[in-house]
Write a protein that binds this ligand. Structure first.
Ligand SMILES: [Zn+2]
Length: 205
């Protein structure tokens, strides 16, 4: 009887055992934060200390890369505003959108477009926020290496958590999302390229 009482007490005093709460703690992403940029902007002093330069040198799973192009690649954002939040980066360590070559600009744009298609495929994204923060004054987390955000949006996804808890309730682990997006990438990319190759009047709406 004593044991049963102890179990019951444990059940009601351990937050992680209460239905609905464990995920709120697991989705804070703090371990990733440490692995990514533990000392903030100041630690990115050159290419060797730049996470966007280092990432492509490791395997996709370790670096959370979902697709590699010729001049640019796509990686999961470790601070997702929403599940599936992607970043498109040139391989070159350049800070500014105007630094991209013509070839890089084209692939940067195409990977963004394919990223949108794939996120629609895997998560029924209803909208997107796309954008680049340029320079420290522009709010870039890592200003030294250009990156474009692709944030999938769904109706009603904005909630009170960022305001009251300064965090975001993100569904699914980042590793799981990477795998799902990476697995869907080639199919989405193929369909996108075929669609682009068609004359305008033969394209699907
Ligand atoms: Zn870099």
């Amino acid at each position: 009887m004593a044991n049963r009482d102890a179990d019951r007490d444990a059940e009601f005093t351990d937050d992680f055992a209460l239905a609905g709460t464990p995920d709120a703690f697991q989705r804070l992403w703090t371990p990733h934060r440490l692995a990514y940029v533990s000392k903030g902007q100041g630690q990115v002093t050159d290419e060797a200390s730049c996470p966007f330069c280092v990432a492509p040198q490791r395997d996709d799973e370790t670096s959370l890369i979902v697709a590699r192009g010729i001049t640019c690649y796509v990686v999961m954002n470790l601070y997702p505003y929403n599940p599936g939040h992607l970043l498109v980066c040139p391989y070159r360590h350049i800070p500014d959108y105007t630094d991209l070559t013509v070839e890089e600009t084209a692939e940067f744009a195409q990977l963004t477009q394919i990223g949108m298609e794939v996120l629609r495929d895997v998560s029924n994204a209803a909208g997107f926020n796309l954008g680049m923060n340029q320079g420290n004054a522009g709010g870039a987390g890592i200003a030294a290496h250009l990156h474009q955000h692709i944030v999938p949006r769904w109706g009603g996804d904005g909630n009170f958590l960022p305001i009251i808890a300064q965090t975001k309730n993100v569904t699914g682990t980042i590793g799981d999302m990477r795998q799902i997006i990476a697995d869907a990438w080639e199919t989405g990319a193929q369909r996108f390229r075929e669609q682009q190759a068609r004359p305008m009047n033969e394209r699907e709406a």
